[in-house]
Design a protein. Structure first.
Length: 273
C-alpha cells in the first residue's frame, strides 16, 4: 500500500445512519481536508447515508433537471449536488462511501491518477481475500462513469471522484456492497430520462441497467456485505499502522452546519437556475 500516507487515521461512521443532511459527510470531508492541509492527520473516512440522490455539477444543467429532482423528492429521495467530480449516484444503506483525505505535499505525488490509484489499491486490497479480481477502467453504460470505474467480471461496483483543495485532496469512492446493482442503475436511468427529456445527445451518461452489480451479487462478499467490506478496508489500513481517529477532535456541529450552508449555496443553487 505504498500509495497511502505512512500515518493515516480511520474515521468509521458506518453506524451513523440517522436523519442527517445528505451534505453532512461532504461538509465534514471538506473541513477535515482543510485540517489535513494545515498539518492535521491524513484520514480514511468510512460512511453511509440511508437514502439520498447525489448529483454532479453537470447533471443539474440538463434541461429538465428541476423536474427530475422534483420527481426524486416526491419518491422520498433528498437531492444534493456534490462538490467533487462525477455524475449522479444513489446512496443507501448498502452503499459504503470511502473518503481518503491526504495532504498534497509528498514525494512522488503525481496528480489525480496517483490519488485514484491509492483508492484502487485500498479497495482491491480489501477484496483480495475473496478470490475475485478487481479491474479498473471505464465500464460502458455504468452510472457515474470514469476511467477509474472498478469492476468484477465486467460489471461496475465502484466509482471514484476527487475534490482538490490548495493543500490537500479528498478522493471519494462509492462502493455498491449490498442489494441490486441493476435496480440502482435503472433508478439513475429514470432520472436521466426525465432530466434530458429523452434526448440522448446531451452528453449525459446513457445508463445500461446491466452495467452495475453489488459485491454481494458478484460473490465478493456474503450477507452484511457493507459491514464486511468496511471491516476489510479497516484491516488493510491497520496493516499499515493506521489508528482510529479521535472523534472528540471532529469539527463541532456548528462548523459542519455552516459548511453545509456554504456547499448548498455554492453548488445546490445550480439546479434552481
Amino acid at each position: 500500500m505504498s500509495h497511502l500516507p505512512q500515518k493515516i487515521e480511520v474515521l468509521d461512521r458506518m453506524n451513523e445512519l440517522g436523519g442527517s443532511d445528505p451534505l453532512y459527510a461532504f461538509a465534514l470531508d471538506e473541513l477535515l481536508c482543510r485540517r489535513a492541509g494545515q498539518g492535521g492527520p491524513a484520514l480514511c473516512h468510512i460512511w453511509r447515508h440511508p437514502q439520498a440522490f447525489v448529483l454532479g455539477s453537470q447533471d443539474v444543467r440538463l434541461p429538465y433537471a428541476r423536474e427530475a429532482m422534483e420527481w426524486l423528492a416526491s419518491h422520498g429521495w433528498p437531492v444534493v449536488v456534490r462538490n467533487s467530480g462525477g455524475a449522479a449516484v444513489p446512496l443507501d444503506g448498502g452503499v459504503v462511501n470511502l473518503s481518503l483525505i491526504c495532504p498534497n505535499a509528498g514525494e512522488g505525488h503525481a496528480g489525480y491518477r496517483y490519488d485514484f490509484e491509492s483508492m484502487f489499491m485500498l479497495i482491491s486490497g480489501a477484496l483480495s481475500g475473496t478470490g475475485q479480481v478487481v479491474q479498473k477502467g471505464l465500464i460502458e453504460g455504468a452510472y457515474c462513469p470514469g476511467d477509474y470505474d472498478l469492476s468484477i467480471h465486467g460489471r461496475k461496483f465502484c466509482g471514484i471522484a476527487q475534490r482538490r483543495q490548495v493543500h490537500a485532496t479528498i478522493i471519494q469512492a462509492f462502493v455498491v456492497a449490498e442489494g441490486s446493482g441493476s435496480s440502482r442503475a435503472s433508478f439513475v436511468r429514470q432520472f436521466y430520462d426525465i432530466a434530458s427529456g429523452g434526448d440522448h445527445s446531451l452528453g449525459h451518461p446513457l445508463v445500461d441497467t446491466q452495467s452495475t452489480a453489488s459485491l454481494e451479487e458478484l460473490d465478493a462478499l456474503g450477507p452484511m456485505g457493507a459491514f464486511s467490506f468496511a471491516s476489510a478496508v479497516k484491516n488493510v489500513l491497520a496493516s499499515t499502522g493506521a489508528a482510529a481517529y479521535d472523534a472528540s477532535l471532529l469539527p463541532n456541529r456548528q462548523e459542519i452546519e455552516d459548511k453545509i450552508v456554504s456547499l448548498r449555496a455554492r453548488y445546490g443553487e445550480a439546479g434552481r437556475s
